[in-house]
Design a protein around this ligand. Structure first.
Ligand code: NAG
Ligand code: NAG
Ligand code: NAG
Ligand code: NAG
Ligand code: NAG
Ligand code: NAG
Ligand code: NAG
Ligand code: NAG
Ligand code: NAG
Ligand code: NAG
Length: 658
């Protein structure tokens, strides 16, 4: 491990921000760099350093704790914030069914942007846990925890919360539900500090005027408001304001327990292929669905988040899995429903999760019965028209044929009947399109939402179910006539081999290669990330050369894990590599109804490359617009011990369960 740079962290500090539209003078100081430049066109941005205040980048390690982190694009946040509020300081120890409950009141300063700093320290042994934060009945943040070391870990995640601005303008009950359990073996609590930073900045696209939750609405009982599917019915009936000009629905959803590794689930007809190990079913395909008044209004095919105890815990220290600290929401433009939703009557919004049920002869169909369980909530973001306006329009035209499903499996067996391999393949294709003409105070326009998605998963279980290989592909394009498109690709390849020894000891050998690649043009409810780099957020071409972003984010590696329950020990070794590229994209968003936007060019804004071996970072480089800086990490030893896990845990026990 001679490559570890046991030196100090770099510090990024921005100064003299001066920015007349596209002409910008930049001076950024790091410990030894000074850069001055003034570009006049988008292409000249290449080669520049970020000229904005960046928070949450590598910070000077202030303690002996191991710094754990999620590799993600930086978020704009003032470093020395004059307007800050601490929303929570809480130790989550015996916290099952006992969320943190607090009060939020708006600060007295002016603000149009808000960021969160969620910082956690933890020492001892503990599982990964899921955390959901609400303002009253509305989920605003979903996270999960890293598994601590004996000597302690810490992490900070900075999140742009500006899309929830309207909620920050009113008092809120804070409910932070992070269920943890402490005993002689699992000793660690999660000590969390959440601060909000408020500031003003140029904002080109205004956040929503109204946000309404689709949730279990339990805040009056000081309880969290997530639905658990399929056990519950995730429906709310709502009467919306009558003057809405844009409406976006967001779905927050993740699988737990038998559904945590849904992408490795098998066709239900093959659950009992290996007598010693019952597999999880409903196929590896999952779809979250939005129904409005019982009509399918859109779908989201989830990104397979892997929590820090997932597949092989050795992968995820100190680099956690993609989105593990910030489980992202999927968005559906529902503006085409406005002529109906603005009629002053109640309408139902329901979230469902679908898998596939199959008959073992190659016939499958979507089912809203899946394993237990999915933790879901939804939100509807509304932008209002003039207060005396009533939005009307034409009838909705819907094209939503059944998805095309292809499911097949084959089991090979020995002459004496013992099954040797289970190979299966699942392919799904779906297209849907909804449109209407809506009349706003600015005139009539087409409101349309189109989705085209393809999914495939090839699975192979052998060695009595102990050897598993999955190759999954999820691709889709979502298009909205509001000038928004999102093209995504979530390839996943994972192989896991279990071996068993006396006294319940076992090992896992695993390899993984997966990515989250997304190109988003325009904006629905959530921020684009361009603000950090001094570019206003999309849509307003006068303010930014970029109408969107591309994120290419890959993690690959190998790990082995050994659990010796009789000695209450487990340890892991391995390597994880991550490469994240974030770019601004120039494209024409006019007439998106006709198909994908015309992309004219792209400019890399941020790049980070990390290699971690045996729980230590051995390479870490960050580039801003082509200028590269190393990030230094303290050398660490003794971080390869993990919470001893039972096999049952490994095979489907999410951070949410007990
Ligand atoms: C985040 O909060 C933690 C603890 O409250 C603090 O130590 C850290 O400096 C903050 N980081 C940033 C980037 O604001
Ligand atoms: C980091 O913190 C240590 C201890 O407080 C200090 O001596 C050192 O100068 C700091 N390094 C940087 C780069 O700020
Ligand atoms: C977390 O807080 C608890 C209770 O205050 C404390 O006993 C424990 O030492 C703290 N853990 C860490 C890692 O700071
Ligand atoms: C949210 O909770 C706060 C504090 O309990 C309360 O004052 C406020 O009226 C609630 N907001 C809504 C929209 O119910
Ligand atoms: C949920 O309840 C609504 C009625 O409130 C019903 O129309 C819908 O079918 C139910 N959903 C499921 C999945 O049973
Ligand atoms: C072999 O697998 C099939 C289903 O995949 C199952 O029905 C059958 O019981 C298995 N046979 C044995 C001997 O385990
Ligand atoms: C079937 O044959 C294999 C290979 O010879 C052997 O390992 C296994 O124990 C046999 N199973 C049964 C049920 O006889
Ligand atoms: C499935 O795995 C087994 C055992 O590793 C291997 O022999 C077989 O070729 C694999 N099948 C496919 C289709 O890759
Ligand atoms: C990740 O994959 C690349 C090839 O694309 C390979 O060179 C590299 O060694 C892999 N990293 C790890 C940690 O396995
Ligand atoms: C990582 O740990 C494993 C197991 O202890 C060891 O075999 C390997 O050499 C280590 N790798 C490095 C680069 O230290």
């Amino acid at each position: 491990m001679g490559h570890i740079r046991a030196a100090k962290h770099q510090q990024l500090r921005a100064a003299n921000v001066f920015r007349p539209l596209v002409c910008t003078i930049i001076m950024l100081m790091t410990l030894s760099f000074h850069v001055l430049a003034s570009p006049s066109s988008a292409s000249e941005y290449r080669g520049l350093l970020p000229h904005r205040m960046l928070a949450g980048r590598a910070s000077n390690q202030s303690s002996s704790f191991l710094d754990v982190f999620q590799v993600s694009p930086p978020v704009l946040s003032p470093e020395d914030a004059p307007c800050e509020k601490t929303l929570m300081v809480h130790s989550f120890a015996f916290s099952y069914g006992k969320p943190f409950v607090g009060e939020y009141s708006p600060p007295s300063c002016d603000f149009n942007r808000v960021t969160f700093n969620f910082t956690v320290v933890s020492a001892g042994r503990q599982f990964d846990r899921l955390g959901l934060m609400y303002f009253n009945d509305t989920e605003v943040f979903r996270t999960s925890t890293a598994e601590p070391t004996a000597t302690g870990i810490e992490w900070t995640y900075i999140k742009d919360m500006t899309n929830f601005l309207v909620l920050f303008k009113e008092p809120q009950k804070i409910i932070f539900d992070l269920g943890n359990l402490v005993n002689e073996i699992y000793t660690a609590s999660f000590n969390a500090t959440l601060t909000a930073t408020f500031f003003t900045d140029n904002v080109a696209s205004a956040p929503a005027d109204v946000i309404i939750p689709i949730s279990a609405r339990q805040s009056a009982n000081n309880a969290p408001s997530a639905f658990s599917l399929p056990g519950q019915n995730a429906t709310n009936a709502l009467t919306l304001p009558r003057n809405v000009k844009k409406a976006v629905f967001s779905i927050s959803a993740c699988g737990q327990a038998a559904e945590e590794f849904w992408w490795g689930n098998v066709p239900s007809s093959n659950l009992l292929t290996f007598p010693a190990m019952e597999l999880s079913g409903y196929s590896p395909f999952r779809e979250t669905q939005l129904y409005i008044d019982g009509m399918l209004a859109g779908v989201a095919w989830p990104f397979p988040v892997i929590f820090t105890g997932g597949v092989d815990p050795g992968f995820w220290r100190p680099v956690v899995g993609i989105d593990a600290f910030d489980l992202r929401e999927d968005e559906i433009d529902v503006s085409a429903f406005l002529p109906v939703l603005c009629d002053g009557d109640e309408h139902t919004f329901e979230i469902r999760v679908a898998g596939i049920s199959d008959d073992g002869y190659g016939h499958g169909s979507l089912t809203n019965t899946v394993g237990a369980s999915w933790v879901v909530t939804g939100k509807i973001f509304l932008w209002l028209d003039a207060s005396d306006w009533i939005t009307t329009g034409s009838n909705l035209v819907r094209i939503d044929p059944h998805p095309a499903l292809h499911i097949s499996s084959s089991v090979s067996s020995l002459p004496n009947g013992t099954n040797v391999t289970l190979e299966y393949s699942v392919q799904v294709q779906r297209h849907l399109s909804l449109s209407s003409t809506i009349k706003t105070s600015e005139g009539s326009r087409v409101a349309s939402w189109q989705q085209t998605l393809t999914f495939s998963n090839q699975g192979n279980y052998s060695d009595g179910g102990n050897l598993q290989i999955n190759t999954q592909s999820t691709k889709g394009v979502d298009l909205s006539s509001l000038g928004y498109s999102r093209a995504y690709d979530y390839p996943l390849w994972a192989t896991t081999a279990y071996a068993f020894y006396p006294d319940d000891a076992f090992t896992i050998g695993a390899s993984i290669d997966r990515s989250k690649n997304v190109q988003t043009l325009g904006q629905l409810a959530f921020p684009s990330g361009l603000q950090t780099f001094g570019f206003e957020e999309t849509i307003h071409p006068n303010l930014s050369p970029f109408s969107g972003t591309t994120t290419v984010n890959r993690q690959n590696g190998t790990a082995t894990y050994t659990s010796i329950p009789s000695q209450s020990r487990s340890y892991s070794s391995g390597s994880t590599e991550q490469d994240l590229k974030f770019a601004g994209v120039e494209a024409s968003l006019s007439d998106l109804q006709r198909g994908l936007p015309d992309v004219k060019g792209s400019t890399e804004l941020y790049h980070r490359h990390v290699l971690a071996v045996n729980s230590s970072v051995v390479e870490d480089e960050e580039s801003f617009s082509g200028q590269t800086f190393p990030i230094y990490h303290s050398s660490s030893t003794g971080n390869q011990d993990f919470a001893p896990l039972s096999l049952k845990y490994m095979l489907g026990r999410g951070p949410y369960g007990t």
